[in-house]
Design a protein around this ligand. Sequence first.
Ligand code: SF4
Length: 202
Amino acid sequence: MSDNNVKTISRRDFLKIGVGTAGGVVAAELAGLGLDPGKVQAQALTVPIKKGKEVATVCPYCAVGCGQIATVDTASGKIIDIQGNPDSPVNQGTLCPKGAATYQLAVNDLRWTKVKHRAPGSDQWEDMSLEVAMNRIAQLTQQTRDANFNEFQDVGGARKRVMNTYALASLGGATMDNEWNYLQQKLMHALGVVYLENQARI
Ligand code: SF4
């Protein structure tokens, strides 16, 4: 295609071609699956748009801090939807897959709400009270640290004071928010843990 030909296609024409092509591909793929694109479109139009009080908030997951809008049901006060905030200069309405699933972090019947424990050698998970679990974790953490703490270490032929342990590691999951990760980092460094990773990269 010559330069002249490129210049004759306006942005509007380009978008029309793109949308038309994409729509044609989707329709062809739906037809290939035995679905009637017309019925699919009609069904999509019947999906209700969730309405309620819109509250601007920030995605809790990582240090990017994307803006979100949480829609709250005015009668029950419960969250009914969370979307990207188009007014946010950070994400301009977009969310990554994790941020797009924030609603399921807040509202999810499938989430376990009790501590599960599988004893050594067992193939069964059993409920454990939070207090017992926290005490056990604290006890094992201190026991492991005390048994494997390095006050001094030979570094490059010189004896150095390092005050660390290589026997413990901390791995933060994606549902840990910035604040939790900050505190976790402080605690782990105070214990001398050097193997420390979390999703927020702080
Ligand atoms: S997790 Fe995704 S949506 Fe949330 S702040 Fe980070 S990049 Fe944005």
